[in-house]
Design a protein around this ligand. Structure first.
Ligand code: UVW
Length: 311
């Protein structure tokens, strides 16, 4: 994307000041009591779906930069009282990047031109101690719960997985809404299924999973803005399309920049949507209660999450 086109788009959807000069929750402010009551009203069958990957040494990371979680047991069969050696506990420690598997990006995760969401000066805010503002703890309290709507773009295109270079368009999003008979409401969290996660969950090809991949085109940020959505999640690594061309353009990761930095819209990555999508296709209901609270790691740029969808 050329810088002048990007700037014009960013200008149109920038939310700075919309929820106050000190706001650090961005579009999560769209979620109000009515949204939550609406979300609860989608629950009719009691079917529960886990959308998270496991956190372990066999995770999706290749080891280049980010690595897979390592679990160390620090107490094993430790007696609570030496006089009662048969009454014991076990404890553990985990060493992992917060971005290791299914995760939320905090608003401070990316920025450009030295400024974060809500006109926050990056040099004054980001240090080796983390994000003094726009850290994940602000998305964790209250946590992320809303009406979730799954848009199955792979199914729309009659594919199990989109091609690795496919950039999802606004027309695709509207076509998926029409095909699925669902419309977006203020405060919804949209979950985009590309099928890309199967390159990890089925093929076990971590290299392919972390390389070029299908996802949302930058123009989709405006669709998110127009529908007043609270957050965007997907079953790929970056939510957006990753192509060599995009990464070498004037604004690499343009969708990230527009969402996190200009709109204040959190991004959820590596959500496993396959089982939920199959159920939605079977019963024709694509909206559900989504509970996906980040962990309140103070000043952190992201958080693992174990998202749940209840239908
Ligand atoms: C980057 O790769 C910078 O971010 P993410 O993990 O959010 O895709």
């Amino acid at each position: 994307m050329r810088r002048q086109d990007f700037d014009a788009l960013a200008e149109r959807l920038r939310n700075w000041g919309r929820w106050g000069a000190d706001d650090q929750r961005g579009t999560l402010n769209h979620i109000g009591p009515e949204t939550l009551k609406d979300a609860v009203a989608t629950v009719t069958s009691g079917k529960l779906f886990n959308l998270g990957l496991n956190f372990d040494r066999n995770g999706p990371q290749t080891g280049a930069g980010r690595f897979n979680p390592k679990l160390y047991v620090t107490d094993l069969f430790t007696p609570l009282n030496p006089a009662r050696p048969n009454v014991v506990y076990s404890d553990d420690v985990i060493h992992m990047p917060l971005q290791a598997a299914t995760q939320w990006d905090a608003l401070g995760h990316v920025h450009y031109d030295g400024v974060l969401y809500n006109n926050c000066n990056a040099r004054e805010t980001l240090t080796e101690k983390g994000a003094a503002k726009m850290g994940i703890e602000h998305l964790a309290s209250p946590g992320i719960m809303s009406r979730g709507v799954l848009l199955d773009i792979a199914r729309l295109k009659r594919m199990e997985r989109l091609a690795i270079d496919y950039a999802i368009t606004v027309d695709d999003l509207n076509a998926a809404c029409a095909a699925q008979g669902v419309s977006m409401r203020k405060g919804d969290v949209v979950l985009i299924r590309t099928g890309h996660i199967q390159r990890f969950t089925i093929d076990q090809d971590r290299q392919a999973f972390n390389s070029m991949q299908p996802g949302l085109s930058p123009a989709c940020a405006e669709w998110v803005h127009e529908h007043s959505l609270a957050a965007v999640c997907a079953d790929n690594v970056a939510v957006e399309v990753l192509s060599a061309e995009g990464l070498s353009s004037d604004m690499p990761l343009a969708f990230h920049m527009l969402c996190l930095r200009d709109m204040g819209c959190p991004l959820g990555e590596m959500f496993n949507l396959d089982a939920l999508a199959a159920d939605c296709a079977a019963d024709g209901r694509w909206a559900f209660l989504l509970a996906a609270p980040p962990i309140a790691f103070t000043n952190a740029f992201g958080s693992p999450v174990n998202p749940l969808a209840l239908k």
